[in-house]
Design a protein around this ligand. Structure first.
Ligand code: PEP
Ligand code: MG
Length: 588
């Protein structure tokens, strides 16, 4: 019986193959009181310690295996975070204490402790917290499986060419995907920022996540077709549809090869207007894929990923080494370091963000930095020092207006004073830019332009805040409309304010990767576009198909439109005429 399901498009690409189900639900555990006497307790504690040690060895082995060039660097970092959880003495001590004080079996104690940590993380209610919550549960389940003498890695044997279907996958499971040469991944849980999504993109593996209640309706071996770009999953497609999927997969492969051949050519419109095409990175090692894809700079380095999944923030020296590596590898090309955007949908253990009812409107990004000044200043010191090694600029996320921007500049000044006092070299004239991703900042962009060295429009958040639509909530995803006339007007206002003040204006939200939206950016006169490394060739091909003048006329037309649908139709129509092979429906 054919079944069609929609999910979150996590990693683009089309694949068709037999389903392979990975059971990763936690094992059922029951409470067993220990026999009387001290011996029983000591024996149970010993059993627990052995299971934890075995868990550490298992994960350390995987981490060592994935530390080579065949694996995306994200994988080793995630294994490291996973290992840190297992090595966390607090977890071990709390579990031991539970065994001793409650005189219960180790399995039960592990579950109880993991559950209390999970509850604390859950209380934050934000997406990144939930992902770390899953890490705790994976670690606990590994210990429980070891205690039960069961194989802790259900994804260890993956058939080549299979479509992996799972409720969820741990980072260790993902490491097996690299070796298994599977065709695609579909999970019931997850978001665009979950491990599965990040790794699938790094591996170039088509993936759809957040497909509710799928596992129960897929039989092992059933044919599953996956379109990771559209977020579509079809179980047991009819013969005609299977042929259509294969045809789309073939055309997509051809297009990708053709785009790679674009190689070194610049992102220049048909009428000779150059757009700087930069890349967004989350991890320092992505610099190589950015350069390989033809990016001319880094327009957004999301440094918060250095803080995530670890008990303490990275030290100034550690950050310095990372930023220096990125800056010198890219030099003389520009690198834009964004100060940490923690809170909201991204979480770190420290600085700590307490549970909030509305995390996206809470203590996030720059607000958190201004509150945790020591952590913020340490980051700015590292950035100022690293700027000596390359062409570095810094920008602040979630600026709301002149007040917070100037307060952040004060911290930059404090950081400089401190470095002078310490006699450490740094770049005195480091350019400091402002992200425009909160509507209030756009409205006062003319005032901000007096203090900022450049603007970078972040549409991921700008759309979220302008339309009051949670960017990570699949239930309102259909209302998340980058083409909404309000968003267009805000973008025009942002670019005009920058232009009038003679500032460069870049755009680093995901809208810049949408082939339909690119004429809008070109027509608005945005100077720089920054996209995921994998999207650079496609964006370049689209820019090379556009006439700047035609794009300006389209923008005028779009600004007269009344609804997001009308705007989308204008850009759809244009794309079908100007670059029919690159429109989304042809790409996936
Ligand atoms: C944005 O909001 O558009 C952006 C680029 O930043 P992030 O996605 O990291 O919030
Ligand atoms: Mg943002």
């Amino acid at each position: 019986m054919t079944e069609r399901r929609g999910g979150i498009p996590a990693s683009p690409g089309i694949a068709l193959g037999p389903a392979h189900l990975v059971e990763r639900r936690p094992l059922a555990v029951s409470r067993r009181p220990l026999e009387a006497g001290a011996d029983a307790v000591e024996a149970e504690v010993e059993r627990l310690r052995e299971a934890i040690v075995r868990g550490r060895e298992q994960v350390a082995r995987v981490r060592d295996r994935v530390r080579d060039a065949r694996h995306p660097p994200e994988l080793a970092q995630m294994m490291e975070a996973h290992l840190q959880l297992l090595e966390d003495e607090a977890l071990e001590r709390a579990t031991e204490r539970a065994v001793r004080e409650e005189r219960v079996n180790a399995e039960w104690a592990v579950r109880q402790v993991a559950e209390s940590i999970r509850a604390a993380l859950e209380a934050s209610g934000d997406e990144f917290f939930r992902e770390r919550r899953d890490d705790v549960l994976f670690a606990a389940d590994r210990i429980v499986r070891n205690l039960a003498g069961l194989q802790p890695d259900p994804a260890a044997d993956l058939p080549a060419g299979a479509v992996v279907v799972a409720h969820e996958l741990s980072p260790v499971d993902m490491s097996h995907l690299v070796h298994g040469a599977v065709a695609a991944v579909v999970t019931e849980t997850g978001s665009r920022t979950s491990h599965t999504a990040i790794l699938a993109r790094a591996l170039g593996l088509p993936a759809v996540v957040g497909v509710e209640d799928l596992v129960g309706s897929v039989a092992e071996g059933a044919t599953v077709a996956v379109d990771g770009g559209r977020g579509e999953v079809v179980v047991a497609p009819p013969a005609g549809e299977m042929a259509a999927f294969r045809d789309r997969a073939r055309r997509l492969g051809e297009l990708q090869r053709a785009l790679r051949d674009e190689g070194e050519r610049p992102a220049e419109t048909r009428d000779g207007c150059r757009i700087a095409l930069w890349a967004n990175i989350e991890f320092p090692d992505e610099v190589d894929s950015a350069l390989g894809g033809g990016a001319e700079g880094i327009g957004l380095y999301r440094t918060e990923f250095l803080y995530v999944g670890r008990p303490q923030p990275p030290s100034e020296e550690e950050q310095l080494r990372v930023y220096e590596r990125v800056a010198s590898r890219m030099a003389p090309r520009p690198v834009t370091l964004r100060t940490f955007d923690l809170g909201g949908d991204k979480f770190a253990t420290r600085p700590q963000v307490a549970g909030e009812l509305n995390p996206a409107l809470g203590l996030r990004a720059l607000r958190l930095g201004l509150r945790e000044r020591d952590v913020f200043r340490a980051q700015l010191r590292a950035m100022l020092r690293a700027a000596v090694s390359g062409n570095v600029a810094v920008m602040f996320p979630m600026v709301c207006g002149v007040g917070d921007f100037r307060e952040a500049l004060d911290v930059v000044a404090e950081a400089k004073d401190g470095l002078r006092h310490d006699g450490l070299p740094f770049r005195e004239d480091l350019p400091v830019g402002c992200m425009l991703e909160v509507p209030s900042a756009v409205v006062v962009a003319d005032l901000l332009a007096r203090y900022a060295a450049f603007f970078s429009i972040g549409t991921n958040d700008l759309v979220q805040y302008a339309l009051a639509i949670d960017r990570g909530n699949e239930r309102v995803a259909h209302l998340y409309q980058p083409f909404h006339p309000a968003v267009l007007r805000l973008m025009r206002q942002a670019v005009r304010a920058g232009r009038d003040a003679g500032l460069p204006v870049s755009m680093c939200g995901a809208m810049a990767e949408d082939p339909l939206a690119l004429p809008l950016l070109v027509g608005l006169d945005i100077d720089r576009i920054s996209v995921a490394p994998a999207s650079v060739p496609l964006v370049k091909a689209v820019v090379r198909s556009i006439h700047r003048d035609a794009a300006r006329r389209l923008v005028d037309e779009a600004l007269e439109a009344r609804t997001a649908e009308e705007v989308a139709e204008i850009f759809h129509g244009h794309a079908r005429r100007a670059y029919p092979d690159l429109v989304p429906e042809r790409l996936s």
